[in-house]
Design a protein around this ligand. Sequence first.
Ligand code: GUN
Length: 290
Amino acid sequence: MTARRIDGKAAAAELRARVGGLAAFFRASTGRPAALATVLVGEDPASEVYIRSKRSGCSEAGMESLHHALPAETSEADLLALVASLNADPAVDGILVQLPLPPHMDAARVIAAIDPDKDVDGFHVVNAGRLAVGDPAALVPCTPLGCLHLLKAELGDLSGKHAVVIGRSNIVGKPMAMLLLAESCTVTIAHSRTHDLPALAREADILVAAVGRPEMVRGDWVKPGATVIDVGINRVAGTEPGKTRLVGDVAFAEAAEVAAAITPVPGGVGPMTIAMLLRNTLVAAHRRAG
Ligand code: GUN
């Protein structure tokens, strides 16, 4: 391996400590803690794990975590009524409705009901629009924000670099492209229909993989000296029977022979997501407090 391994765990710990300091200042100056309301509908085990990490992240940073667990058979009207009450609650700064929602609910309608200034996931169309036009009021999705933080720590000024983002989701690919464009990168968004993806990827100074396909990006897709950000978290069969392991969207060992720097999975982008959620909650709290 020749590439530098980008330590997302250390970067996230540093960010969380900084957010903790600012959260203490917020509490001292306003007389109340910054507060994140989380909503989980049903009992999806993976969602329960995510919610637990988000809640403990809040507590560790000195922020309040207000949780609402609703049964899977809750009606969409009842969920919308809860969102409306959280929008109106002055003690709530951020609202996060954990996805996926049960099939009888329309996630887009639920997200659209969240006050954009409390939308700490950055999923509301108002925040997507603010990001697209460069409005600093945008609350930006946490995963791409975490990727940008790692890239700037690694490279400093990103201007003029060719960034290739593989993946066009509303949650990662598109906002990632917008953030890189705002940093004056030349940005290409690639996806499953892109012609000769390996050749395009090889032109990237910055390569971001966010497709959810285990180890799709091979070593010969990477330009020598590139910085590689792997957003994928895929569970695959391990070498021992019955065991599984986590891999990214990038074949790490191969890519690390060619790249200058690369994020591992786990321990790269993943830890940054919750750190950025805490940051977004604090930003929302400060803006609401004026
Ligand atoms: N489900 C998986 N990741 C996320 C996330 O970042 N936010 C929400 N709301 N749901 C998710």
